[in-house]
Write a new protein. Structure first.
Length: 759
């Protein structure tokens, strides 16, 4: 259903506002993502969930802590490297699988101390040492790498970084499995302990982390098996606790400062660096590292719910908008939590939630503004229009927009009430019977004409509020067996109309128009009953006249012509021809009148017709007459068929009429040309003769009844002026045209143009 111009403009304006709201909100989401404006909210959500994503502490990991007891018993920090050598020998004796020392050995000490540690590293299980990055580096370099002294670096099974990557709030949630820069790559120390041996070098001078992993913490501080370095050296740790373990040695004493905030620190306590390394090691060994989503996935996850919400706000009715928004919010939170807990993927929900939180009030405000503007504009236009039912109205308030809108709305409501009252009265005053029924047949509204008709037909009908069936039962469909009319109001076609009859030979036209509500749902039918008895009687008289012309007048004229052909020689010279001419004209007039009447009244379904074949048949039918008059008929047809939608008999009669006129008015020895051709999407049939031109005064009335073409001597040709009227009527009914051009130089040409069917 097409909208009025004002409604189309309002719809376009609302669509623009929707696109603007969507684009503006999307831009804010992009800004929030680029500026990490929602990171704190995402971190809070992540920290609340990560407690449910904990993994059990890995029993294959053992921590050797340099704690306060060790410092008290073994001496202050830093310890001599021979002491670290003793730790390694003790672990080797217990059967440790591998050892990572989270201790920097970047400066040489006494040679015998360094040698003792190097010897213990070579003799014991594989030992891994850390490297340190100084950012910015020395002498203007992007960074400087601090490596263990060469003696220890050569003895180590591998070197790896132990850098942490705290978030902006200082909490360590992720670690990078490798750092790259200056064409080198350094794996993470715990990842080397888990089996990794290096990474792919990358171009670029700046130091940057790669392969980020969000940790699954086993729990708060102390979740992993831990022994004191003093206990290990004192032989207090049983070998079974060491055998086959991956050991991390590092500081846990508060005074050494190697402790950090983590999501697992629910009570605010800090976690030692070696325990964070242990959590990474356990995460890698379990294969359950949480991968943070990339920029593209995060952007899609933020914009997709925004787009869905905007579509819901645009398409859903207001009562469902809040429900849709709540479902989308819950869906974003549930999807983010589900991917984290079950899919090891972290998609931050806050940008998407922020977009929806901005979109809902923004679009609601813009839509209310657009609706308010539209209503004000339409009410103002309605108030400015003249109203034939106008009545005095109070003045509208100025300044207060809402008060003015209320005044305009009150005025519109008053107008609607007046109009409804007017329509009810006018329906009551209509001379025809009018009933407004619901789909069940109950009469909602009926005028006096319907009540009078029911009374005249003897229907047991109580008027408005009653059922329409008793009144409709008084009618019978015209042309069908007698029986009460059964009219299924709920299943009538659009604009249904039928002819019915009632007792006493009265004829009626019954028409039903659908009644729809504001949602365009069918709620009833409006029935109009018009008596057509006089029109039906006139139609029957016309049919009688046609019968008279087609049979009662044609039969005597045909008999006269037949008698003249048999006995015409007995009459005086010329009399027989004169009588035959009059009889022929009378017979032709009857035929043409019958053909014209049938062309006007005949109901037919158009069918595909080959215009070339019709033209050739018409030329063949006129060949005897043309030969008698010494006229040659030449047909020019295309190679292919030319199909039009028409009725074969009517179209053939129309072309025969055109050819008959051409033969009649063509001088002896002339040629009548019949040409069929395609012109774009149309098919044309041209009938041309070199006869005398038609006077301009006759051209304007050429296709009217009883108007004959030709002038001068040609007027003596037979004809009553109905043939061209028939051609015009056929062309019109078939959706085409008939045109004529005539001058002394070119003669006369009639062109019949019809819509062409596609091949």
């Amino acid at each position: 259903m097409s909208l009025p111009g004002a409604d189309k403009a309002a719809a376009r304006q609302l669509a623009r506002q929707w696109w603007l709201a969507l684009a503006g909100t999307a831009a804010l989401v992009l800004l929030a993502l680029a500026g990490h404006l929602t990171t704190r909210l995402d971190n809070a959500f992540y920290d609340a969930l990560i407690g449910r994503a904990r993994q059990p502490a890995d029993a294959g990991v053992l921590l050797v802590a340099i704690d306060e007891r060790s410092l008290q018993q073994l001496g202050p920090w830093p310890w001599p490297r021979s002491l670290h050598a003793r730790l390694l020998r003790q672990l080797a004796a217990g059967g440790a699988q591998a050892v990572a020392l989270d201790i920097l050995f970047v400066e040489p000490t006494r040679p015998e101390e360094d040698a003792a540690l190097a010897q213990a590293m070579r003799a014991g299980p594989p030992a891994f040492l850390p490297v340190e990055f100084e950012v910015p580096g020395r002498d203007g370099a992007p960074f400087t790498l601090a490596r263990p002294i060469p003696l220890l670096a050569e003895a180590a099974a591998g070197l790896g970084h132990v850098n942490l990557a705290p978030d902006a709030d200082g909490t360590t949630r992720r670690l990078y499995l490798a750092y790259q820069g200056q064409g080198h790559s350094w794996p993470q120390l715990a990842s080397m302990l888990a089996g990794a041996r290096g990474g792919t070098a990358a171009a670029g001078a700046d130091l940057h982390g790669t392969a980020p992993v969000l940790l699954r913490y086993a729990g708060p501080r102390g979740s992993f098996p831990t022994v004191s370095a003093a206990s290990l050296l004192a032989g207090e740790v049983p070998p079974a606790m060491i055998a086959g373990k991956l050991v991390i040695i590092g500081a846990t004493a508060a005074g050494l400062g190697d402790s950090y905030a983590t999501p697992a620190s629910a009570d605010g306590s800090l976690m030692p660096g070696i325990e964070i390394q242990a959590n990474l090691l356990a995460t890698l060994r379990a294969g359950r590292g949480i991968a943070p989503a990339g920029w593209e996935a995060g952007l899609a996850f933020a914009l997709a719910p925004l787009l869905l919400l905007m579509l819901a706000l645009r398409l859903l009715p207001p009562r469902w908008m809040l429900v849709a928004a709540g479902l989308l919010v819950a869906g974003v939170v549930a999807l983010s939590a589900g991917l984290l807990l079950a899919g090891d993927l972290w998609l931050a929900p806050a940008p998407g939630l922020l977009g929806m939180a901005l979109a809902y009030p923004l679009w609601t405000w813009r839509r209310l503004m657009a609706v308010s503007h539209y209503l004000s504009a339409e009410l103002e236009k309605l108030d400015a229009e003249s109203d034939p039912l106008e009545r005095p109205r109070p003045p509208l308030p100025e300044g207060d927009v809402v008060a003015r809108q209320m005044g305009l709305l009150r005025s519109a409501i008053d107008r609607e009430r007046d109009l409804r009252h007017f329509l009810v009265e006018r329906i009551a005053q209509m001379p025809d019977a009018v009933l407004v029924c619901d789909l069940a047949g109950a009469v909602v509204l009926a005028n006096q004409g319907a009540c009078d008709l029911a009374q005249a037909l003897g229907a047991q009908w109580a008027g408005p509020g009653a059922h329409a069936a008793p009144l409709l039962a008084c009618f019978t469909r015209t042309g069908e067996a007698p029986g009460p009319l059964d009219l299924p109001l709920a299943g009538l076609a659009e604009g249904w109309e039928g002819a019915v009859e009632a007792a006493g030979g009265r004829s009626f036209a019954l028409r039903a128009e659908p009644q729809r509500n504001a949602e365009n749902a069918l709620v009833g039918q409006v029935l109009r009953i018009v008596e057509t008895s006089e029109q039906v009687a006139m139609q029957r008289q016309r049919e009688d006249v046609l019968q008279l012309l087609s049979h009662d007048m044609r039969a005597p004229q045909a008999a006269i012509i037949a008698l003249l052909e048999q006995q015409g020689a007995a009459l005086p010279e010329g009399l027989a021809a004169q009588i035959a001419g009059h009889a022929g004209r009378t017979l032709a007039m009857a035929d043409n009148f019958v053909h014209l009447s049938r062309a006007e009244l005949m109901v037919f379904e158009p069918e595909p017709v080959d215009l070339c074949a019709i033209a050739q048949d018409a030329a063949d039918a006129l060949w005897p007459r043309a030969r008698q008059r010494g006229v040659e008929v030449v047909t020019t047809l295309p190679d292919d068929e030319l199909w039009v939608a028409g009725e074969a008999s009517l179209l053939a009669r129309a072309l025969i009429n055109l050819l008959d006129n051409a033969v009649k008015f063509a001088p002896a020895g002339a040629t009548v040309n019949v040409t069929v051709a395609a012109a774009g999407g149309m098919a044309c049939a041209h009938v041309a003769n070199p006869g005398p031109p038609i006077p301009p005064a006759q051209m304007a009335r050429l296709f009217e009844r009883f108007t004959r073409a030709g002038s001068g001597p040609a007027r003596k040709a037979d004809g009553v002026g109905l043939g061209l009227a028939f051609v015009h009527r056929v062309a019109t009914r078939l959706g085409g045209t008939i045109a004529c051009t005539s001058d002394a130089a070119q003669g006369t040409c009639f062109t019949l143009t019809l819509p062409r069917l596609p091949d």
